[in-house]
Write a protein that binds this ligand. Structure first.
Ligand code: DC
Length: 224
């Protein structure tokens, strides 16, 4: 029987992590875990409750009485916040614009990281995020750091937004992505950096299937 390994996929927004991670997980019959969705769910709830996003203590208090459930479905991973399906709400422009601020709080990260570790404990997972290879799954058998040019990432987000009916322009998306990269990689708590033992994968010139195949090949070598 092949090993139920942990696969960590990190990288900046729009590199193709979630699309590719989902394909890899499905091909291996592994569980896909989108950790960004957890930070988004916390941000969404805080905004709804008018909690100031720099108020670390109130955010932590809120999170300690919050239930976040990630549920695989044929339409991708569903996100339930206190029993409510918020899968599309957490992708709104407002949540996207604010989530880096919430993700910068060390206490919030600590709680979510503990949940993520528990979800991956039995292996057979593909987990994507920013700090999976460096903090959440330090012993993952396969770590990928995925990136692409800012221009290409903005173009992909634009197409994605069009499909979801979210209005946007390429120029604004480029600015937002560059800002989010800066916030995510310069924050003090678990900044976005490549783990020493991660394999770098530039997807600028790769199709989704080419990128997924590259990871699948590497994964199968580790599963023997
Ligand atoms: O992947 P995403 O765009 O849904 O992530 C949303 C935000 O959450 C992003 O600004 C970075 C942050 N994040 C994080 O800090 N650590 C993770 N493991 C996942 C996401």
């Amino acid at each position: 029987m092949s090993k139920l390994i942990q696969i960590a996929i990190d990288g900046p927004a729009g590199a193709g992590k979630s699309t590719i991670a989902k394909i890899v997980a499905e091909a291996l019959s592994f569980t896909y875990i989108d950790t960004g969705a957890m930070y988004r769910a916390v941000t969404y709830k805080a905004m709804k409750q008018n909690i100031r996003l720099n108020d670390t203590e109130s955010l932590e208090k809120m999170l300690r009485s919050t239930d976040i459930v990630l549920q695989p479905s044929k339409d991708g991973q569903l996100v339930f916040l206190d029993g409510e399906n918020v899968s599309s709400q957490i992708r709104s422009n407002e949540v996207t614009a604010n989530v880096s601020q919430v993700a910068a709080h060390a206490n919030i990260r600590e709680i979510l990281v503990a949940m993520q570790k528990a979800l991956a404990a039995n292996g057979g997972v593909v987990m994507d995020g920013r700090d999976i290879g460096t903090h959440v799954l330090k012993d993952a058998e396969l770590k990928i750091f995925m990136s692409a040019s800012v221009e290409e990432r903005a173009r992909r987000r634009f197409i994605d937004n069009e499909k979801r009916g979210i209005p946007s322009t390429i120029e604004t998306l480029q600015q937002e992505i560059a800002l989010r990269d800066k916030l995510d990689s310069e924050r003090e708590a678990s900044p976005l950096i490549q783990a020493e033992d991660a394999i770098y994968l530039d997807t600028t010139e790769l199709s989704i299937n080419e990128a997924a195949d590259t990871i699948l090949k590497l994964a199968k070598e580790k599963m023997i």
